[in-house]
Design a protein around this ligand. Structure first.
Ligand code: GLN
Length: 257
């Protein structure tokens, strides 16, 4: 019995470790189709590798709960935000769940699920920085993450405030650029930055863009494609909201110390 348990545990660990490499499989499909879903690499608390080396987060758990509710199979591939969107566009993935903001511009290319989380862009600086707002950025370099709303926000203010933008593909590298002093500030989604600060990322929030860069997150498929997948996601999301699973998932990642 003990031996069986440790074997079973080893099998579970292989699956969770594989999540960030080649993708984790979830069995139990009714229809036999396995969807490929692309996500970001480090975007805690939505997707990240925890201290046990498991790939976890609100998006990861929502997807798992929705798939279980709908009885569908998927491979989750964590490739980075910009790469996830590119994979969707090139047909290498069927869907994206990556704290992806539902914007009007994106709606021209993608179909989004119902919104599942509210967010807006903020700017953060090193905890000991004197920079208190955009006026202090003249002649300086800020960091932004390729292909994101944070980057759009940084671009929209760039000329007015006279700063340069350095791009990163990964949120954690972007934060490091600020803490090491390579850049003086970064633009990130507020729920992600607020969580990172509680985890000791060494930054502080100085501005919030609630007016122009407030957009909820949705699950995305290519426009007009995979409509059955989008329907499953919406139905599954409604079910896990109704039965309390959604609230449990959010609480697990936002109340935990
Ligand atoms: N919410 C932002 C966007 O969709 C950032 C997403 C991310 O970095 N994973 O642009």
């Amino acid at each position: 019995m003990k031996k069986f348990l440790s074997l079973a545990l080893a099998a579970v660990m292989t699956v969770s470790l594989a999540a960030c490499g080649g993708g984790a499989s979830k069995e139990g499909s009714k229809e036999g189709k396995k969807y490929i879903i692309a996500t970001d690499t480090t975007f805690a608390p939505f997707e990240f590798t925890n201290e046990k080396n498991e790939f976890v987060g609100i998006d990861v758990d929502i997807l798992a709960a929705v798939a279980e509710d709908q009885g569908c199979d998927y491979d989750l591939q964590c490739v980075g935000f910009d790469a996830a969107v590119a994979a969707l566009e090139s047909g290498q993935s069927d869907g994206v769940i990556a704290g992806m903001s539902i914007t009007d511009e994106r709606k021209e290319k993608y179909d989004f699920s119902e919104a599942y989380y509210d967010s807006f862009v903020c700017m953060a600086v090193a905890a000991d920085s004197d920079i208190a707002g955009y006026e202090d950025l003249k002649g300086k370099t800020v960091a932004a993450k390729t292909g994101t709303q944070g980057a759009d926000c940084a671009e929209s203010l760039k000329e007015q405030y006279g700063y340069d933008i350095q791009y990163y593909d990964d949120s954690s590298l972007m934060y490091q650029a600020v803490t090491t002093g390579n850049t003086v500030a970064c633009f990130e989604d507020q729920p992600v930055m607020a969580y990172g600060i509680t985890q000791g990322n060494g930054l502080k929030i100085v501005t919030e863009e609630k007016e122009n860069f407030s957009t909820p997150y949705g699950f995305a498929v290519l426009k007009g494609e995979n409509t059955e997948l989008l329907e499953m996601f919406n139905t599954g999301l409604a079910n896990i909201k109704a039965n309390g699973t959604y609230d449990e998932i959010v609480a697990k990642y936002t109340n935990a110390e």
